[in-house]
Design a protein around this ligand. Sequence first.
Ligand code: C5P
Length: 222
Amino acid sequence: SDHIIVAIDGYSSCGKSTLAKALAKKLHFVYVDSGAMYRAVALYFLRNNIDLQDSRQVADALKKIHLNFHSRDYETHITLNDEEVSGEIRLMPVSESVSAVSALHEVRTEMVKQQQRMGRSKNIVMDGRDIGTAVFPDATVKIFMTADPKVRAERRFKELAPKNPDITLEEVFENLAHRDYQDTTRKESPLRRAADAIILDNTDLTPAEQLMFALSKVEPYL
Ligand code: C5P
């Protein structure tokens, strides 16, 4: 096709969004944080006490959810029915429920449809769990990120601690392990590396080194 799609998938807190944002900024591509969409849906479900077992309730709720990205800069700004929820979707209640919500068939079908629409005509970088496998199986470049789980928990803890004074490193580690388990074992497009995805283990790499690596993979297509 005539435009470039970069798919970045991997485990929780592997630095996917840091790399995706830096890459999009450098190349002037649109950045889409697909995880923010699942988080916003999870937030709506929490607020409205949606019973995840009740597919009728889930389907009705999905019809009432309108998500929008506002990309003033390369940060994630997402609205849920016109309310800015970018901060709230990062808090623990959402982090703890999002993997169960994202495992639902109805939820995935709707999100994937919206994500595919966003990539139809523009150069984009999208990060998530199933971007290279389900959303854009024909993506121009696919990167699959991994890192040592302890390093990931420490990075995430540093990020969350200022806004969550009661949080512990153990809690963060447990949440990551739990989400990875749910994301890799779910029936509906589980997290896995696409056969043609390039592995990027960033345990010992700086953000600048990761950006150079990714740029070198995209440059041949520019
Ligand atoms: O990327 P982030 O950690 O914000 O994603 C939150 C959750 O959303 C993940 O743990 C996963 O359950 C779900 N997700 C997904 N597919 C995506 C992106 C995120 O299932 N493409």
